[in-house]
Write a protein that binds this ligand. Structure first.
Ligand code: SF4
Length: 98
């Protein structure tokens, strides 16, 4: 029987460990990803770090339920929907003026 386990570490790697950030295009450590979005994690943190440690559990424990949901579940609407929303608002505003 093997003692090998596939369990991920519950803690992030040390700050010396870095990965290539797909958004910035250079090496980065988890400390940055953890606070990238005005003090809350980057919305891609789960995707970028899941193979290195149990980032889901780590951030779920660290963040409030609302912040976790805001960052990783309600990632915001796609830009095209935001743009359509802005156009509709502008039309409604113009309609009220005339
Ligand atoms: S979590 Fe965000 S900031 Fe960090 S490496 Fe991934 S894309 Fe870059």
């Amino acid at each position: 029987m093997s003692d090998k386990t596939d369990a991920l570490s519950p803690k992030p790697p040390s700050e010396k460990f870095s990965i290539r950030c797909p958004r910035l295009g250079h090496q980065i450590n988890f400390k940055y990803c953890e606070i990238e979005n005005s003090g809350i994690p980057c919305f891609k943190a789960l995707d970028c770090w899941y193979t290195y440690f149990d980032v889901h559990k780590f951030l779920e424990d660290k963040l409030s339920k609302e912040d976790f949901k805001k960052v990783f579940i309600d990632k915001g609407q796609p830009k095209v929907l935001s743009l359509l929303d802005l156009i509709e608002k502008a039309k409604a505003k113009k309609g009220r003026k005339s």
